[in-house]
Design a protein around this ligand. Sequence first.
Ligand SMILES: [Zn+2]
Length: 260
Amino acid sequence: MLDSSMAYFGKSVPVESFLDDISREAEKSGFTVETLVEAADLPLLALSRRGPAGAPSVYLSAGIHGDEPAGSLALLELLETDLSEEVTWHICPMLNPGGAKTNSRNSPANVDLNRDYLALTQPEVKAHAKWLGTCDEFTLSICLHEDWEANGFYLYELNPHPERSVASEIVRAVEPVCPVDHSERIDGHAARNGVIIPNKKDLQRDDWPEALYLFTHHTGIGYTLETPSGFPLRTRVEAHVAGCLAAVRALLAHKAEGID
Ligand SMILES: [Zn+2]
């Protein structure tokens, strides 16, 4: 599987295969698979599986930028391996399938979908926001991205409850598989040990990304993970897999300790 996943999003392997594979894996693992809208004749998929009563709810998404394949591939690997039964899952594995098909950041309408979550003008974003409205509030959400200018892995944290942070656990888990950017400034923000905590001013913008919409309406804690696009795809996929698994492990550990 690891080798064939490397071929997705290449010139010869269609995104359709990825969407078929992830639907099949999801159904095999007991997920409900929904098509939220068709974009460029490709389904925008949402996958859900309920955990036991009182289980924390985790949302994962990837592929809102069509030229950032590692997140989508990581979600396929997570579905193939070990997603905890102790969690209610909501997963959007590819939010911009039309962009992925042409390896473009923007949608086929040439819009950066990750700037449309306040205006909600695009069919993909509208359908996604409508579906989010049908889900229970998420305990934790993670949006998977890649950065062409990054020197290493880093993340953004939106979290009003520092005692519930799982940022250091994510970074610790990623570090053995992918270098972490330990700069004091990353992407124009102050950073510490690969973690950027946006300030109030950063959040006052009218071109909302998905993460800000989630944080405003749907999630207790939100993370955006960024892998460095210049590194091998395998490294970036492993970084996202390790980061997501560590976040959920830490969330369940906090719950067991009564920190929730
Ligand atoms: Zn991105």
